[in-house]
Write a protein that binds this ligand. Structure first.
Ligand SMILES: Cc1cc2nc3c(=O)[nH]c(=O)nc-3n(C[C@H](O)[C@H](O)[C@H](O)COP(=O)(O)OP(=O)(O)OC[C@H]3O[C@@H](n4cnc5c(N)ncnc54)[C@H](O)[C@@H]3O)c2cc1C
Length: 395
């Protein structure tokens, strides 16, 4: 696919740039970290503004509330979104980045009609219920059980690390429907309505003091069979479609936002002064920032390839594992350099040249999760070895 931008794409860029320049400041600052009900309000109101202006679901099908525009305009949208430092997607992440795309690829028309417009309008927040205490990297070992009773599944079990489940309306849920089958064969992908009896959501505290994710306890929760995505016991295949979106295209916004993080590194280096001058006077610092910037641009090209592949084939290729791997490592390198550039004042949490050092500490702590979430780096390396390079399967 030709990813060069056409005059139409550039006209779209000018239009959205103007809209963002007006609307981003008008939407105000996000609520303080940790206030999740307020964050939900803030994010859903912003999503509604995007929808009303025609900027939600740029490349999603028009019949389900999207714009149905070419993929290049989706990429232009992301570039401008990051340039304008528009609100982080936050509570809308799962719905927009992998639950919605999975429904587009695998859902029934009824499921698409019911859920996709609500995701785009910010009316329905989704979370992911894949991992369990005994099933993380080895996801196919999941044990949450779903028994079929007429037109319903009765689901019992425990999920863990379910990001923002405490503010979610729906969950993309993996359950075991055939315990006798081999572990990849007896799994089913369900849409779980979170607002019903039998679901207990317990937020978990992380090392930054916040509660980003939750445990889910499911006790005889009833899920209509019509909420099944794909066939019964075909959930491993559907889950892999979700994971390919999660690893291949879901981080596109984060990746383009790294351009702003590089700009912040330069500001920090210029501001930090010692008897030897500013941090920016150091050849080593400039070389490091230059190398990181080149890596960000290379990663953005890899992301563009993945996004266009998803458009062509319906879901991103296994190449998404390479994007996810590089993205998570690069995020950690950028966050660590920011910490080093500030140096000792970080301990006092004193602001540095207009940049909040508390925010730098938060970003550093947060960056530690990137090499674990959505599949650890070891798992991505295994996938790259087996599915891209064609090496023999590890034991
Ligand atoms: C911030 C964050 C958000 C998350 N959000 C969600 C969510 O919303 N929903 C959800 O379902 N899950 C979520 N997860 C869970 C995430 O998918 C799992 O943490 C991840 O898959 C790893 O599983 P685990 O934690 O059980 O580690 P384990 O699988 O126990 O792995 C432990 C270590 O062993 C290594 N290892 C395991 N198997 C292999 C192997 N075959 N080869 C080489 N090394 C191996 C791993 O790389 C890791 O270093 C989230 C995790 C994080 C950190």
């Amino acid at each position: 696919m030709d990813l060069r931008y056409s005059p139409q794409d550039e006209a779209f860029r000018a239009e959205i740039r103007e809209w963002l320049a007006r609307e981003v400041p008008a939407h105000g600052a996000p609520p303080p970290p940790g206030d999740w009900p307020a964050r939900r309000e803030y994010d859903t109101a912003w999503q509604r503004k995007l929808f009303d202006a025609g900027y939600a679901g740029i490349a999603w099908p028009a019949e389900f509330g999207g714009r149905g525009l070419p993929i290049t305009q989706q990429l232009v949208y992301l570039e401008e979104y990051s340039r304008a430092e528009a609100p982080y997607i936050s509570v809308n992440f799962v719905g927009l980045m992998h639950a919605g795309p999975t429904l587009i690829a695998e859902g029934s028309d009824e499921q698409r009609r019911m859920h996709l417009p609500r995701i785009l309008r910010g009316e329905a927040i989704w979370c992911q219920g894949f991992s369990e205490p005994g099933a993380g990297s080895d996801l196919a070992s999941l044990a949450t059980r779903a028994e079929r009773h007429g037109g319903e599944y009765v689901v019992s079990g425990q999920k863990i690390w379910s990001t923002r489940a405490h503010v979610a309306d729906y969950c993309e849920l993996l359950v075991r429907t055939d315990p006798a089958a081999s572990k990849h064969k007896g799994i089913t992908w369900l849409i779980l309505d979170m607002r019903q009896p039998g679901i207990e959501v317990r937020p978990m505290r992380t090392l930054d003091g916040e509660s980003h994710f939750c445990e889910l306890f499911l006790d005889e929760v009833r899920v209509p069979v019509t909420n099944r995505v794909g066939a019964e016991n075909d959930g491993w295949r559907v889950a892999n479609v979700t994971l390919r979106f999660e690893r291949g295209t879901a981080f596109a916004q984060h990746i383009i936002t790294m351009r702003a993080q590089i700009r912040k590194l330069v500001t920090l280096a210029m501001t930090r002064r010692s008897e030897r001058g500013s941090g920016w006077d150091s050849d080593a610092v400039r070389a490091k920032v230059g190398r990181l910037e080149a890596s960000v641009e290379a990663l953005w090209r890899m992301t563009q390839m993945c996004v266009s592949e998803a458009e062509r084939t319906g879901a991103p290729a296994p190449f998404g594992s390479a994007v996810k791997l590089r993205y998570s490592e690069l995020s950690q390198e950028i966050a660590e350099l920011a910490l080093r550039l500030v140096g000792e004042p970080i301990l006092a949490r004193a602001d540095q040249g207009g940049v909040s050092t508390s925010e730098i500490v938060r970003e550093y702590l947060w960056s530690l999760q990137y090499t674990i979430a959505a599949g650890t780096s070891q798992i991505q390396r295994n996938l790259i070895a087996e599915r891209i390079l064609g090496l023999p399967k590890g034991r």
